[in-house]
Design a protein. Sequence first.
Length: 341
Amino acid sequence: MANRKINKRDIEKLLSQWGQEFTVLAPSKESGIATMSKWNGKHANFLDWYRNTVIPPKGNFFPSMEKMFNFQKDKEGYHLELPASNEQKQLIFGIRPCDARSLAILDMTFKDAYEDPYYLPKRKNALLVGLGCTNPYDSCFCTSLGINPAESSDVDLMLIDIGDEFLIEEVTDKGKKLIAAASGVEEASEADEAKAKEAKEASYNKVTRKIDTEDIKRKLSSSFDNQDFWEGIAAKCISCGICTFLCPTCYCFDINDELAKGLGARFRSWDSCAFPIYTKMPMENPREEKWRRVRQKVYHKYGFYPMNFGVIACTGCGRCIRQCPVNWDITQTLDRLPAEA
Ligand code: SF4
Ligand code: SF4
């Protein structure tokens, strides 16, 4: 079956239709910060300003703070009350290909040593409708990580901007079913397909920042003990943790209990290897000096994750570059890795 297309002015109707079955999330601004939030049900004005969200979509599956369970303490001990299973169906409209890839990368962690009962049900119940980038940031370098900003195999449906319309690619069976029942869509012509091909090439070429991933593994393994290098790289970092909180593939969390008058709850919340107090609760921080923590961030993404899962845990989304208060730049660090030990 040929691809479909939809006129941009019919997107609101499409979202309303999907809203009858799903909780539709779309780009929106909360206190001026772009995030994927519940669609307002009124308009699709985000198409005019949206480039990418500041808060990555990992927050829709792995919230910054989440209650794990309630508990009660009495003379007989502790009694747990688990949360009701989450059957809510989410549809994320407008996810960028880099962020869709980040979820595929996170899935590996949350399915690895154990199946995470908080993240995985939300993932299972979600549909992803991707939207190709037409205006990537200077800080984006997704193409160096094998991602085309207007193409994705990590979504259910992929929309590509072809002028007044979006071409719709059906990527999964779930996506196929979703679009088969949608109103306002029509079959794409050969001319539309040609426009989509051009749009993909144009988007790809707009990403001009590059990193060389070929030699990174070797350079990382020979640079691990190069303290002078890492001290220089870490000098301006202020250990604020923003780069890790906003990174779509970072997943470290902390667990805390709140207890008052015998009633309590356990929460998990995002944590960051950039913090000096990271892991201090169970024992001391094995990375007390800042240069060790900055090194850890780089190695985790480009060294340890590929060792464990065979993929680099960075999508080149550029958030850590755009949002760092002191302009620390992971691409410069990778570029400056010494060629020899
Ligand atoms: S955002 Fe910048 S300053 Fe903050 S921890 Fe990351 S690299 Fe350091
Ligand atoms: S390390 Fe930076 S560029 Fe890479 S995925 Fe994380 S935030 Fe994006």
